[in-house]
Design a protein around this ligand. Structure first.
Ligand SMILES: O=C(O)CCC(=O)C(=O)O
Ligand SMILES: [Fe+2]
Length: 284
């Protein structure tokens, strides 16, 4: 793997804080349009759990997707976040027809959540997504919340929600647990989004991104302390700071550094003194 294709500390920290990054590789001219044309012409794969449990037949319908997901920057981002050994566990095309679709906040799958970077949901948009085309919405920072699904479904607009109105060829690489929502396509165009689920097969033991040992930890510490994308109140913010730091240490292959606070539902011990030391405002 050419190190130039790996993510930087800034991008890794963005991912930990916000629960997503956007990348836009320099795909060859016409590749995005080709993917759309292939879906237009061939339709979507049918559901066949027995023979195609991960829905890989999507590649029969749109073979050009190979080129998208084999791009070195895509590979580099996946390697940075999940290490070299990964397993893909689902491929989907979300084709949202004109005047269809609705919105509700959710986290995918069962409520078995991880604050560490273990699973990704990757969303590739082969078209420019305009506000009327049913962009995916997300709320930065919500990947740390293990939220009862029935309660999330009752939440309407959130003051920090973002619409992924992105240019063609963008991939949103998101933490699997990020709150997100489809939205209504009120345009007269089909909106395509190709989604991949993928997870790490090995615990981190070596650095897998472009980490700068001289500056990385300080940058992480400062940003984890001061950024608050979801506008969590103080009583929640300190938890996020801890979880971010723990996720960072986990990626660095050294979870012991973070202190051993118990995360609800997990069997870790608690070292409050160390954590309080960390969450103290470094400006004071
Ligand atoms: O269609 C979208 O924009 C989002 C769909 C969704 O919730 C998902 O892919 O999990
Ligand atoms: Fe979803």
């Amino acid at each position: 793997m050419n190190p130039e294709h790996l993510l930087t500390d800034e991008q890794m920290i963005d991912f930990i804080i916000n629960g997503y990054i956007l990348i836009k590789p320099d795909f060859r001219e016409g590749l995005n349009e080709e993917v759309c044309r292939q879906f237009d012409a061939n339709g979507l794969p049918g559901v066949d759990f027995e023979n195609d449990p991960y829905f890989e037949k999507i590649f029969d319908k749109a073979p050009s997707l190979h080129e998208v997901f084999d791009h070195p920057l895509v590979e580099g981002a996946f390697t940075s976040l999940l290490g070299a050994k990964r397993q893909n566990f689902g491929w989907y095309c979300h084709a949202l027809g004109p005047n269809t679709g609705g919105a509700y906040w959710h986290q995918d799958d069962l409520n078995i959540r991880h604050h560490q970077v273990r699973r990704l949901t990757v969303m590739y948009y082969p078209q420019d997504v305009t506000p009327d085309m049913g962009p995916t919405y997300a709320i930065p920072g919500t990947h740390f919340f293990d939220t009862p699904s029935d309660q999330m479904g009752t939440i309407g607009n959130h003051r920090r929600q973002i619409a992924l109105t992105v240019p063609a060829g963008t991939l949103a690489i998101t933490h699997y647990d990020l709150w997100h929502s489809a939205s209504r396509n009120s345009s007269d165009k089909m909106r395509y989004m190709v989604k991949l689920y993928t997870y790490r097969l090995e615990e981190p033991s070596t650095l897998t991104w472009n980490h700068d040992a001289a500056t990385g930890d300080n940058l992480a510490r400062n940003r984890f302390t001061h950024e608050n994308p979801v506008l969590a109140p103080g009583s929640e913010e300190y938890k996020l700071r801890y979880l971010r730091w723990h996720a960072w240490q986990h990626l660095k292959g050294d979870s012991s550094e973070a202190g051993q606070v118990a995360v609800p539902g997990q069997s870790q011990t608690r070292d409050i003194a160390k954590i309080q030391g960390y969450i103290g405002d470094p400006r004071s």
